[in-house]
Design a protein around this ligand. Structure first.
Ligand code: MN
Length: 248
């Protein structure tokens, strides 16, 4: 700790309220920086392919920073938030996100942002890959039924991603036990999992996902991203949704 509690309380007694609050915040930030994050319960899985596997559409440096720093920070900060919450720490991430209203208020925003970030990025890495093929079979039939064609779905998805103001995600949301698919966008690290809805696929429209290569050209990134979608991974997710599951 930066300050002992007694020393802080003693010095705080003589301070104006604003300065006291700032000192307290600095002490808390100092603790978070100084202490390593707990090693669990949530873990950062390695990328399922090399960082340069998605080039030229997503560059290796973006992948390394996005996975190794941004995603790692969501996992570390989620574990920090849950450090004194054994009952919540024991929940599967899908259940934790569905039950945010039961999370104590003092950590609810941290769990929402970092738990959502962990879930979104875990999904994101696994639905991408080199030589991802094309949708087929039951997945293709569902896309045609809901959107008319793969191209129509991609256009609606890209439009929703471009319209999302500031940071956020665009998703194709599924319906457990049904072939109904919908395009939705969410701000920050929110996810349909917070409403108990499964995600078929999603794209990250935070600037950190594309800025090094595309700068402000989010629309170009959204268009290029379809080249790195791993359709067999998406088909497996569709099968799980059809089976009634809500998974990360
Ligand atoms: Mn991201």
């Amino acid at each position: 700790m930066l300050f002992s509690r007694r020393a802080f309380m003693t010095s705080a007694a003589a301070m104006p309220v604003g300065i006291m609050a700032a000192s307290g915040a600095i002490a808390l930030i100092g603790q978070a920086m100084a202490q390593p994050a707990p090693d669990g319960p949530h873990k950062l899985a390695p990328l399922p392919y090399a960082a340069n596997a998605l080039e030229p559409h997503i560059d290796a440096q973006t992948m390394e920073i996005h996975h190794g720093r941004h995603h790692k920070a969501y996992v570390d900060n989620l574990n920090r938030a849950l450090a004194d919450q054994p009952a919540l720490a024991a929940l599967a991430l899908t259940d934790l996100l569905k039950r945010l209203n039961e999370v104590p208020e003092n950590i609810r925003i941290a769990v929402r942002n970092n738990g959502g970030g962990h879930a979104n990025h875990t999904m994101f890495w696994t639905i991408m890959g080199a030589n991802g093929g094309a949708p087929s079979g039951a997945l293709l039939a569902a896309i045609d039924k809901n959107f008319g064609s793969v191209e129509n779905m991609q256009q609606a998805f890209n439009d929703a991603g471009a319209r999302q103001f500031g940071a956020g995600w665009v998703f194709v949301q599924g319906t457990p036990g049904s072939d109904k698919l919908e395009i939705v966008s969410r701000p920050n690290q929110d996810t349909p999992l917070m409403e108990g809805r499964p995600v078929l696929m999603g794209n990250d429209v935070w600037e950190h996902a594309y800025y090094l290569k595309y700068q402000n050209r989010r629309a170009d990134y959204l268009k290029a991203w379809w080249n790195v979608v791993n359709w067999s991974a998406v088909a497996k997710r569709y099968e799980a949704i059809q089976a009634g599951k809500v998974e990360i």
